[in-house]
Design a protein around this ligand. Structure first.
Ligand SMILES: [Fe+2]
Ligand SMILES: [Fe+2]
Length: 406
């Protein structure tokens, strides 16, 4: 098969990306396109790009909505440590050890998946003038042919640039014509014109309120921002998509609430981001970890992930700060004598933007100015649910409620 690899930040995924992919397939230049969101190249630019899991799941939603099985999305870059370069990504994707199982997982029959494939790097003509400045361009070209879109009214002289690259690297480029939908992620973000994006992308952005909440990083230190981006990638390996995006939302909302209430945004960002890190570990592992943190205090399966999360945050993410670890331990129950950080993470967990389990309007309204009022509404709503289900409220939650005057 002829397989085109299409890498990018996709921040956000827009119609320009969709038309580029459609153009490549409809022109007959390739059989399959694999969309590869960049992951680790954004640490230093943390305040420009949203974390990789948001971009990956956004691209996946858009691709699944627009195309059939001939366009796939790969999470390959989540496996790389440190900064990722296109040359390394292409090298890995074209290897039999990667591409054959990847295609088979995506419904391509084994025999066809194991064929000898030819690979392309799909791109707009705008990359040509600077392609030779990329990291190891000759290595990229040893694995893949540049498959370049020629838009109507394109400023770049593709043929001249093609001749230049041929003289430098001895490579040919492949060219296809496409309809020129001219969208740029940076323009969309700058003008806030998210309504010009595909419907599923708009829904995704609204559900997570991501381009608003990400601005809270302006109140966090560079060091914490770097950690936040690193943790987002690391957590990808432990949590399913919905849970992962929830934990990142909680991190960002915790940092925002900390800023609103004059608390430490850095600690809130880290505590919120890691609060559910142990949620999808096997129960017996969660139990062991929880016991190591607080003995027999929590025995209910639904509560174990909180202390287990504190254990994992220390053990695997290197968190030593006891305030952060406590906020993780008590994020499900609250506790008597709760700190502001405990309250922030507890509340952010229940009202982050993608939560829809009940009407959260009032809780969200009070949260930035009167956190205890918001918490009272929140804890009462949880207590009502417990009553309806005949579940007992944990003693530490009763202490928490008592402190809130409930
Ligand atoms: Fe939780
Ligand atoms: Fe949670």
């Amino acid at each position: 098969m002829r397989i085109a690899l299409f890498g990018g930040s996709f921040d956000p995924f827009h119609y320009g990306h969709i038309e580029l992919i459609r153009g490549a397939i409809e022109s007959g230049a390739c059989d399959i396109v694999i969309v590869i969101p960049t992951v680790n190249n954004n640490f230093k630019r943390g305040r420009i790009l949203i974390p990789a899991p948001y971009r990956y799941y956004m691209a996946k939603a858009a691709v699944e909505d627009e195309f059939s099985s001939n366009v796939l999305v790969s999470d390959v870059e989540f496996d790389f440590e440190g900064i990722t370069y296109t040359a390394n990504t292409v090298k890995k994707v074209v290897s039999d050890g990667f591409i054959i199982p990847f295609l088979m997982r995506n419904g391509v029959p084994g025999e066809k998946a194991a064929e000898r494939h030819s690979f392309f790097w799909l791109c707009g003509s705008d990359i040509l003038p600077t392609f030779d400045k990329w990291y190891k361009p000759e290595e990229i070209l040893s694995y893949a042919v540049l498959l370049v879109a020629k838009r109507e009214g394109d400023d770049t002289d593709i043929y001249e640039q093609g001749a230049r690259l041929k003289s430098l690297f001895g490579c040919d480029i492949a060219i296809f014509a496409m309809n020129g939908i001219d969208q740029a992620s940076s323009d969309i973000k700058q003008t806030g014109s998210y309504d010009k994006l595909p419907g599923v992308v708009q829904d995704f952005i609204k559900a997570h309120d991501i381009y608003n909440t990400i601005t809270v990083l302006d109140h966090c230190s560079d060091e914490t921002c770097v950690k936040f981006y690193e943790y987002a990638v690391k957590l990808y390996h432990y949590l399913s998509g919905k849970r992962l995006l929830h934990t990142l939302n909680v991190g960002l909302l915790s940092a925002k609430l900390a800023h609103d209430h004059g608390e430490d945004c850095d600690k809130a960002l880290i505590a919120g981001t890691l609060h559910d890190c142990a949620k999808e570990l096997p129960m017996d592992e969660q139990k062991k970890m929880a016991e190591a943190v607080c003995g027999e205090l929590f025995v209910d399966d639904k509560l174990l992930h909180s202390p287990a999360g504190a254990y994992m945050a220390r053990d695997m993410f290197g968190i030593e700060d006891q305030e952060i670890l406590n906020a993780i331990t008590y994020h499900t129950t609250g506790r008597g004598g709760a700190t502001m950080l405990d309250k922030i993470v507890y509340l952010a967990d229940k009202i982050e933007p993608s939560r829809t389990y009940t009407d959260l309007t009032e809780m969200r309204k009070f949260a930035p100015t009167d956190i205890d009022s918001s918490l009272r509404l929140c804890v009462m709503s949880v207590a009502d649910k417990f009553k309806r289900k005949g579940r007992a409220i944990h003693p530490v939650t009763l202490d928490f409620m008592s402190d809130l005057g409930l």
